[in-house]
Design a protein around this ligand. Structure first.
Ligand SMILES: C[S@@+](CC[C@H](N)C(=O)[O-])C[C@H]1O[C@@H](n2cnc3c(N)ncnc32)[C@H](O)[C@@H]1O
Length: 248
């Protein structure tokens, strides 16, 4: 299977997308902790730009946009995704009225200086290194001067580029996850035309109990010696980070 085909399989997998929609419904009223941090970051990055245009790329159910609009009704919001079904659901959701939704491929956005801020929330970790590089270049072109890309993704401080293929009930063929090093992310950002990314590890402030059903791949936390909580998905530690990629 080619890399491109594997990638398309993921976005077209209806079992996965249905399950994801159900998962996101839990956070319609109250955002996930990681989304709460993203909303604060969006607010901070656009504070001196009232009416700024913000694109949530890979918006899925539109949940993040719902919470951004609650916090900053002045922002002009667009949700972009590859899956037409997601976009149709978002357009017919009364809770997302006033937000634009468009079919946009992160690898080839095809627009120049169109947004002040682009958000990619848990999207890039599924991209191969080549797709990661293409997405960063495409986003850099689509941002206005002084703009930024905000990302929530799997980055870690070690000199190690990890690719893990996880075969599970929802992905019997295997879903490939990419854990990128800070150094690799910085190098890719520079090649794409961004300044130095500002990476902040996500310290989750709540305990997530381990589910009773160990077969399910659901996130949970484990206390670490330093009092922090380590976030796991099955047996995998997830080094989620919030990152600002400023336009150079
Ligand atoms: C794991 S989901 C994350 C969804 C949402 N951002 C969140 O945090 O809940 C990844 C999303 O990215 C979308 N996606 C994947 N590849 C994409 C691409 N090349 N362009 C736009 N969206 C893409 C998928 O369709 C899916 O909705």
């Amino acid at each position: 299977m080619t890399e491109r085909a594997a990638y398309l399989d993921y976005v077209a997998d209806t079992t996965f997308t249905e399950g994801y929609r159900e998962y996101q419904r839990r956070y319609a009223e109250r955002p996930r902790e990681s989304d709460r941090v993203l909303v604060e970051m969006i607010d901070r990055e656009t504070r001196d730009r009232p009416g700024a245009e913000v694109l949530d790329l890979g918006c899925s159910t539109g949940n993040l946009l719902r919470h951004v609009r609650g916090a900053r009704p002045d922002l002009r919001l667009t949700g972009g995704d590859l899956i037409a079904g997601h976009l149709e659901e978002c357009r017919s959701d009364p809770g997302l009225t006033g937000i634009d939704f468009a079919e946009i491929d992160a690898l080839a956005i095809g627009r120049t200086a169109a947004w002040d801020l682009i958000v990619m929330n848990a999207v890039l970790y599924l991209f191969t290194p080549d797709q990661f590089a293409r997405a960063l270049s495409s986003v850099a072109r689509a941002l206005r001067p002084g703009g930024a890309l905000l990302v929530f993704d799997l980055f870690h401080p070690f000199g190690q580029e990890l690719t893990i293929t996880e075969a599970s009930e929802t992905h019997p063929e295997g879903l490939t996850l990419h854990f990128r090093s800070y150094a690799g992310v910085e190098a890719a950002a520079s090649r794409a035309g961004f300044g130095r990314p500002r990476i902040t590890p996500f310290r989750i402030p709540i305990d997530l109990p381990r589910p009773d059903d160990d077969d399910q791949i659901i996130s949970y936390t484990v206390p670490a010696a330093d009092g922090e909580r380590l976030l796991f998905r099955g047996t995998l530690h997830q080094p989620w980070c919030h990152t600002v990629f400023p336009v150079a």
